[in-house]
Design a protein around this ligand. Sequence first.
Ligand SMILES: [Zn+2]
Length: 326
Amino acid sequence: MKNKFLEIKSPIKAMRGLASISVFLVLLSLLACQQEKQVKTDNGPLDVVATTGMIKDIAKVVGGDRIKLESLMGPGVDPHLYKATQGDLGKLTKADVILYNGLHLEGKLVEIFEKLAEQGRAVYAVTEHIDKSRLLASEDVENKDAYPSDPHIWFDISLWMEAVETVRVALIKHDEAGRETYNKNAGAYIQELAALHEKVKADIASIPEGQRVLVTSHDAFRYFGNAYGIEVRGLQGISTVAEFGLKDVSDLVSFIAQRKLRSVFVESSVSDKSLRAVVEGCKARNHNVSIGGTLYSDAMGEEGTPEGTYIGMIKHNVNKIVAGLK
Ligand SMILES: [Zn+2]
């Protein structure tokens, strides 16, 4: 979906953003001089920092008790807009291994990760070993330079299995003594994910073909659509940075009314305001469409709940989608 009305940033806001990034980078290089932590030197658990909850979950499963784990972004946090805090600086400087998504998902942190990598720190994008031919090109023409590829790869479980593999290799590289544990944990997890991949295919196929359309707030589900055979439409493009316009709303209203869709879905990390406008628009055209529930798109649920894990998040989404469209 193309965004006709791009967000125009106030110059003061933009400068303030730049200033805080520069301060951050200076602090990082100062701290880096004091502690070059390329290879783990102490005997304590490996200190791992992940950006999103989904990546943290991989590290938790694969690393188990051998690692000490923190993430930067909690439930409901939008990674496209996320800016680093002072607390993040502390976490990043003492980390033995830093894991992030890459493909520009963490748009406002890229500079920091690049800087850390330049300093020889162990920074890994979990998407870095995915074959380029499996990445979906961005359809977002206006953001094409910033987003050459769609970053939401976790919604194709078979691609996420490659991210698990990257984490496994990274953990072994920095904690060779844990090789056996990491191999065992990753192997079991990949088997579980492979089974889930097949189950999701079957569940989505159970929706009548004409109703197999997933309408959401932003284009986070293109990999999901591709892998599991469901058409996807987002009101905003693959990033939430650019705002949607009135034409986007009216185009989507026409599409939903024409296809007589029963449900659209809001996302836990994106405001539901935009989709509520679509529901109202459909009503004005005498087509009743309801909100089929909240999907977890770019962030997982609360820790300690089933949706606070990657597998639980996928199951929740698929259950909502099937119940809303079937
Ligand atoms: Zn997104």
